[in-house]
Design a protein around this ligand. Sequence first.
Ligand code: SAH
Ligand code: SF4
Length: 348
Amino acid sequence: MVNTLVGLNRDELRVLVQRNNEPAYRGNQLAEWVYRHRAHTFEEMINLPNKLRAWLSKEYEVGCSQTLAAQHSRDGTIKLLLAMGDGAKVETVGLPYADRFSCCVSTQVGCPVGCVFCATGLSGYTRNLTAGEIVGQVLAVEEVVRNQQLQIDGHTRRIDHVTFMGMGEPLLNYTATLKAMQLLNSELGISMRHLTVSTVGFVPGIRKLAQEKMQITLAISLHAPTDGLRRQLIPGMTKWSITEIVDACYEYFQQTGRRITFEYCLLGGVNDGATEAHELVRVLQGLNCHVNLIPYNPISGLSFCTPTRKRIVAFREILDSAGIRVTQRVQHGSDIDAACGQLRQRTL
Ligand code: SAH
Ligand code: SF4
């Protein structure tokens, strides 16, 4: 794998320059070039000594990905297809809206969990992404939007929210996910409260993350109120029961004080009935949480269907009247297959 500067934190950049007998402050200058000025080449880094630049260009590259394609949705959503240094391809989504500019990043090339309603899961699994490859997605989306905006009104915007909800299971790639969050916070200035990690319910990862005591939002993809149904929908993560997942969420709340989000993908006739809604109330009662309902986004080749509006409203009302906070996710970018669950490994 190619060594890249994107993905290194300030301490690591300082060590790097010191190995070249340069003072530590050169590491800070490098960080500024990479994360603030968004340099693509070492030639641009004009305040660094030639010797250091020559060495860096032999051993390192600045960034780690190449943007192969950008698709623009009618609603403003952008989907990028990125090629990593080894040719692995991932998709990433930008949501540049009036009140926020959000990026939904992938953490793995494909996903090993294989949820039966998710295009990523169906496309198989290749490898984990590095922290640099995760942060690089945010830089790539910003660049596309910046170029576009500059042409329109000379205006530039920075991403202020990042959701780890693209391809892959972030907690199965714990170290890179954690480092990416720290970099987004320290180098790109994104508030921890504006970072959301979504997990399919990998309990050891949730417990470990609780100990980091960060102010990020934890989202749990639950999708079913009983273990039997969950096993059918998420065959690749059956080791932990719903009780164990909810227990880990209590610990997360205790350690961080952060309210937990539960994501529930509504599949018509499968998990969207009144019985499931009442079961869900029983499972979540007492926990400081919030339920985000995601009506199924169609995936070609799958026979699931999106519930009718009436069934969604009925499901919502059961949670509502039991005092559970509930919202419905607005679908973005479905015309370019950029909505939840629609990202997949591509060969192009
Ligand atoms: N692997 C993590 C992160 C991906 S987040 C996780 O599963 O939580 C992607 C979210 O979209 C998850 O909540 C996932 O269950 C949901 N999703 C997957 N396929 C979907 C589909 N076809 N329609 C709607 N939501 C889907
Ligand atoms: Fe993987 Fe999440 Fe898709 Fe399940 S929903 S296959 S865990 S990316």
